[in-house]
Ligand binder design. Structure first.
Ligand code: FES
Length: 122
């Protein structure tokens, strides 16, 4: 863990849906957590906010493998976002925030940049 992040318990492992996403709330806004049991690591977290449609929908997208990238497809306009980098595969000038995510026992922990937390509580 970095000193520049704050850890948030956002849900429990049984709240996750294999091969799919769940949306959780953090001080950095809504985050989409994807559980891909066949991958290493098996957990990925990116912003839930789709920059193309302006809607909070990415956790409801279909996950898959596209040209070697683990991706989620936006349910609105179908752009693909790389789950590791947040980069849009159709327009690499667009990138959604990504977050470190891991398990602590049964708890799913997301790391949020400390400056986001500071701004939120200021
Ligand atoms: S889908 Fe991979 S670069 Fe366009």
């Amino acid at each position: 863990m970095s000193n520049n992040t704050q850890r948030y318990r956002v849900c429990e492992v049984q709240d996750l849906i294999p091969e799919s996403g769940v949306a959780v709330w953090t001080p950095a806004g809504p985050v989409a957590i994807f559980y891909l049991p066949a991958q290493t690591p098996s957990l990925y977290a990116i912003s839930h906010h789709d920059p193309f449609s302006g809607a909070n929908v990415l956790a409801r997208g279909i996950t898959g493998d596209l040209k070697g990238h683990l991706v989620v497809a936006s349910p609105i306009y179908k752009q693909h976002f790389d789950l590791r980098s947040g980069v849009c595969l159709e327009d690499d000038s667009v990138r959604v925030p990504t977050f470190a995510v891991h398990l602590n026992g049964e708890d799913v922990i997301v790391e949020v940049p400390a400056e986001v937390v500071a701004a939120e509580t200021a």
